[in-house]
Write a protein that binds this ligand. Sequence first.
Ligand code: AMP
Length: 576
Amino acid sequence: MATNGYEGELKMIEELTTNAEQIQDEVLREILSRNAGTEYLRGFLHGQTEKQLFKKNVPIVTYEDLKPYIDRIANGETSDILLTEPITGSGTSGGQPKLMPVTAQVSNKWELFRGLYESPLIKHFGDINQAGKRMDFMFARPEIETPSGLKAASVSTSIYNECNFRTILPKLYTSPVETIFCPDPNQGLYCQLLFGLIQRDEVVKVGSVFASTVLRAIKFLENHWQELCYDIKTGRLSDWITDSGCRNAASLVMKPNPEQADSIETICNCKSWEGIIRKLWPKARYICCVCTGIMRQYTTELEFYCRGLPLVSALYACSEAVCGINLEPLHKPCDVSYTFLPNMAYFEFLPVKNERDGSIEMKSNNEDTELVDLVNVKAGQCYELVVTTCAGLYRYKVGDVLMVSGFYNNAPQFQFVERKNVILSVDQEKTSETDLFKAVTEAKALLDPLGFILTEYTSYVDTSSAPGHYVLFLEIKGKEGKHCKELDPKIMVECCSRIEESLHYTYKIYRKRNIIAALEIRVVKQGSFEALMDYYVCKGTSLSQYKKPSCIKSEEALKIIDSRVIGKYFSPKSPL
Ligand code: AMP
């Protein structure tokens, strides 16, 4: 972790980005010289380690291709079928947890990465470690044990488990470890807010891994501030917090503090919660969470609550590899680019073609397309990210589409475009996450001047009747005293039309030919998306890593959201 020596880290960023090509070659050379003899790579490289052979022979794979090898390791075979470095544990990712080997080198890279992505923040906002505490909302998931006894945990949980992290936690963060590891995320969140409020004068940064978690915390506060104030006033924790760890941690610091409770009450009692974060935590310098990609939909609402404070998206990483950092923390979320760090993994890029004029549908040229090296990507071009790591992933498609926005020294900078395969499709048409986001933005623009905020959305393809049609679930909130019950049905029908009109050409043609039926909006009651999140968290997704699906695939999740519908509206006419 960067404390005083952030200049050292900034210098390292200069060196890494200047020597990107040479460092990438070294990274690949090291990975291959260690692992060319593994069962997996032997099949393609026959013990050789040349880059050209690697590029020619090693196939581009997805998790499904590597799963049989990973499962064999999880079941007790030696890990050197995939990699030679001993496995220290296993990472998990996604709603259906994917297992991923973790080694000491992986943990070291994360440690180094933290120092590097924090250094531009220290440069802009000063050294918050010296100034006060971070109120980060953090939620660990219980570890899973594989049949061979390896411990598997999400990346964030592994970080919270590290000895180093636990040592610095009390000094640098407001949340005690018990609240992070609390098995009930709601109790954990209540306590993290409580500790953050008690120490409100020390908080210099507010954050979480993803924007959705920060927003969830603020909404939770909207529903619980009176109770929190009561606890602060009396110095007693609410009875529904039954977790003994949380209760013990609270008993160590809570004492009656009526003045503090009164000032929080006065702030929260305000008619508008615009800028509430700054009011409650007056020394906070910025809010840090991933605000790009799927998280972009949360930024408008989050910006409302954090008015006056910069919203910083500091890093781009995934369970498979750490990738890039944001060198310009003051950029607005929509302008954020991540500069790739060439020492973190060997990165390759699969060009992605824009096949439809003017629209955003992406289609990969398949495996016969040459992968492009990190330093050879072209500005303005979109690529799918492929990584080779020290932890047994070779030419692995992460599933993210990125666009080159420029270069910093010789290292490319990428904007996050979309997560692949998050699409709606009734027939041959493909609607990407970006298409959907654009269309929903139209509905937002229609509702906003009428006093309604579209706060959440997701979608699914309803094929229960023929032809199938797109369904959008929307959660809508009334501004200042308005209730979403006052929504005029005519406006909602207009929203359906606007959304259809802004979808791509193929969609519209299919609608005209009645290959797709009229688009439907289902308005859901307040809190439906929290219920959806609770469902995914129950299923094993870590709250810290939760990303709301843009499109619902699971029957159970669909039932949850569908049972909360309060109004259904259909597009009245074909958009063409
Ligand atoms: P996980 O492995 O579960 O932590 O999820 C990693 C995924 O989260 C990535 O592959 C991206 O799709 C998404 N992600 C992570 N960081 C960012 C970011 N800065 N911007 C957009 N999406 C991100």
